[in-house]
Design a protein around this ligand. Sequence first.
Ligand code: AMP
Length: 114
Amino acid sequence: MSETIFDKIISREIPAEIVYEDENYLAFNDINPQAPIHILIMPKKRIPTINDIQKNDSELIAGLFFIAKDIAIKKGIDKDGYRLILNCNENGGQSVYHIHLHLIGGRKLSWIPG
Ligand code: AMP
């Protein structure tokens, strides 16, 4: 499991606009936002893809969703709605191999993804 750019954001080697942080998680603005709100939420623990999650990661993975909805409420997009995306591997469009949930909102999103 090699280090990714997100480990460098966690360790502050690379700057990011941090939206939320605690002992186990970090959330920051995506550098290439696809909507007015585009935030990445990740566990600090390095898990490359969703294929690598283990049973004992259950609580950690569930926590991503609690943080996402708390941020959505804080940003005032909970009522209008938003989308959570977790890409996996090449066909899923994953480019950084440290799992992260995309929280995207602030505009009407189309469906289905290309
Ligand atoms: P994914 O393609 O699902 O792996 O998502 C990776 C996301 O990370 C993309 O939306 C990128 O725009 C975003 N990203 C890459 N480098 C940075 C960075 N230094 N700071 C913030 N977001 C980044």
